[in-house]
Design a protein around this ligand. Structure first.
Ligand code: NDP
Length: 256
């Protein structure tokens, strides 16, 4: 019986998209605490480098990679750059996402497309490049960030719901294709979390009361509360788990 720490990420490198702030940043910092080196990402080069520097100042090993996750050529170029630098991605977290609230009858095609591309197509683009490199190595972890809306629809966020529902089946598809090669693909479905994305909602007293009233935990989630699940899915502790979606939602999906 081994006594090694199943959750240890020492020697692994994790690429977390959308990790300059919010849930992605918390996940990245959690991975670093478990021993991983990081590649962090956002669209803006200055903000991404500033976040990377803050993390380095806190003792983490961090490379900044500013690119738009919806841009196929940019995604391919980043993986080629990492190859050239000898950086192998052991853990990919497809976290970058955007929200857009509007009734469907008013929704422009461009907004529909932008939400689908950022929240869903990005996971295909990043997953494809990562898996091309993980498959020959015979190991790797892919974690896709879903949502409560991976499971159910809500008014005014239909493209987001469609994208997050797609994440659920994309994760199962990745598991079907890649688990035979030693790669586990899983998803996390956060509940209502305190991040910039939800600023308009947390400052709306009616919405705030609705979240607190409908969440069995009685409160919003904090970004750091995703970290344990993310480390579990990134580590050897989950080596026989693939294709799953784990909700981290204070119990909300069970009662909505
Ligand atoms: P934030 O808005 O706080 O952060 C989003 C991050 O993604 C930022 O780092 C942003 O950087 C980056 N980003 C956005 N678009 C792109 C892009 N096209 N290319 C690269 N980076 C991009 O969001 P959260 O932390 O709240 O959300 C993170 C994920 O969790 C999303 O997928 C979201 O859908 C999901 N989620 C969030 C919930 C919540 O309650 N907060 C609940 C359920 C799911 P920049 O703008 O500089 O590019």
């Amino acid at each position: 019986m081994t006594t090694r720490n199943l959750f240890d990420l020492t020697g692994r490198t994790a690429l977390v998209t959308g990790s300059t702030r919010g849930l992605g940043r918390a996940i990245a910092e959690g991975f670093a605490a478990a021993g991983a080196a990081l590649v962090i990402n956002g669209r803006d080069p200055n903000k991404t480098e500033a976040a990377a520097q803050e993390m380095r100042d806190a003792g983490m090993t961090v490379r900044a990679a500013a690119f738009d996750v919806t841009d196929e050529k940019a995604v391919e170029a980043v993986f080629r750059d990492l190859d050239a630098e000898g950086i192998e991605i052991d853990i990919l977290v497809n976290n970058a996402g955007i929200q857009h609230r509007q009734p469907m009858v008013e929704l422009a095609l461009a907004d529909w497309q932008r939400v689908i591309d950022t929240n869903l197509t990005s996971a295909f683009l990043l997953g494809r490049e990562a898996a091309k490199r993980m498959i020959p190595r015979g190991r790797g972890k892919v974690i896709n960030i879903g949502s409560l809306t991976s499971e159910l629809a809500r008014a005014t966020v239909i493209p987001y719901t469609v994208a997050k529902g797609g994440i659920r089946l994309l994760t199962k598809g990745m598991a079907a294709e890649w688990t035979p090669h030693g790669i586990q693909a899983n998803a996390i479905g956060p509940g209502y979390m305190l991040t910039e994305m939800n600023e308009a909602l947390t400052s709306n007293p009616d919405f705030d009361a609705w979240v607190k009233g409908r969440t069995p935990a009685g409160r919003w989630g904090r970004p750091d509360e995703l970290v344990g699940t993310a480390i579990y899915l990134a580590s050897d502790a989950s080596n026989y788990v693939s294709g799953q979606l784990i909700f981290v939602d204070g119990g909300m999906i069970s009662v909505l």
